[in-house]
Design a binder for this molecule. Structure first.
Ligand code: FE2
Ligand code: FE2
Length: 312
């Protein structure tokens, strides 16, 4: 229907335009971030974590009309660039099993319940007794992106399986968990921003899929972040910055956020983005961080203790 392309059409990001200019896209982004990263919603997602420890339940997705996904639902990005971003996202999401098991190992001794939440339970013989909730929710992402890609191109695609940096303990498990957890949280934040940004550049069924991905990432981001603030109350911005940027050279060379960013920019085909695409993505990172920061300031030690300290 022509209606879907009229400038007055509404979608999850507010007003949608067939050929948005910079400020229209910026407006869509703001409205998405205000909505999906509202402080009350972040609070809800964190409050949910101790409940999930006791009774893990996947967050159900809304019904998606996969057949309706088409290229006209991409707005304000070149379709080829959009597809390159999809591939980049797929390659970053997979292989989730490697990620969850590494995280489980870092958490196992220090917080068994969080270890179970991310990586499930492993029996004596190394078999899975139960999957972690994080894995259950995340492992839907790559197939969803593949389905979208196929729907848009008519082609099948298989993600490149990168090798995951495995469990590499030092003699300080507490510091190991800090470093590892911080990188995990940064990754969830990056994914959150990317999917919100893609939501601003899509409409219809295509946007519906990205909404579910964004919601999952926001859910996990909130939980990892809140748990991290509880477990490491003495963390300062300086320490965070130092940990993210510093390379742990005695063990391996690649644990460095800047390298990760550079790699991601490569897989996301950053060089062929328009100036407006680049500027709005950077804005997304800034707005989202502002939102998260005001929520972060509401996380008092007493409140966090009431969530994670009692029976846990
Ligand atoms: Fe994901
Ligand atoms: Fe994630």
């Amino acid at each position: 229907m022509l209606n879907t392309l009229s400038p007055l059409a509404k979608d999850l990001a507010g007003q949608s335009y067939p050929h948005p200019h910079y400020f229209q896209t910026q407006h869509r982004l703001r409205s998405l971030i205000d909505d999906y990263l509202a402080v009350e919603k972040l609070q809800e997602r964190l409050q949910d974590l101790p409940i999930q420890f006791d009774n893990p339940q996947s967050r159900p997705w809304k019904l998606i009309n996969w057949q309706a996904i088409n290229r006209n639902q991409i707005i304000g990005i070149d379709a080829e660039v959009f597809l390159a971003i999809l591939i980049g996202a797929m390659d970053t999401e997979a292989p989730i099993r490697g990620y969850t098991q590494t995280s489980r190992q870092y958490l196992e001794e220090l917080h068994p319940q969080m270890a179970r939440f991310v990586g499930g339970t492993i029996g004596e013989d190394g078999d899975f007794l139960e999957l972690g909730l994080w894995e259950k929710e995340e492992r839907q992402h790559t197939p969803a992106l593949i389905k979208v890609y196929t729907q848009l191109t008519g082609e099948k695609i298989t993600p490149k399986l990168r090798t995951v940096r495995g469990y590499l303990p030092s003699d300080d498990p507490y510091e190991d968990l800090y470093r590892h957890g911080l990188h995990r949280t940064a990754t969830e934040y990056g994914a959150t921003c990317l999917y919100l940004w893609l939501m601003a550049h899509t409409t219809g069924a295509l946007q519906d899929v990205l909404e579910e991905l964004a919601k999952d990432e926001i859910n996990h981001l909130t939980k990892f972040w809140g748990f991290g603030v509880w477990a490491f109350p003495d963390s300062s911005l300086t320490r965070i910055g130092r940990t993210l940027i510093k390379t742990r050279s005695h063990n391996y060379k690649r644990n460095n956020l800047l390298r990760t960013l550079r790699r991601m920019m490569g897989t996301l085909n950053w060089n062929s983005w328009t100036l407006s695409n680049k500027a709005t993505l950077i804005l997304t990172f800034i707005y989202a961080m502002r939102r998260l920061w005001s929520w972060n300031n509401s996380l008092t030690p007493e409140y966090l203790q009431s969530l994670f300290g009692m029976s846990h």
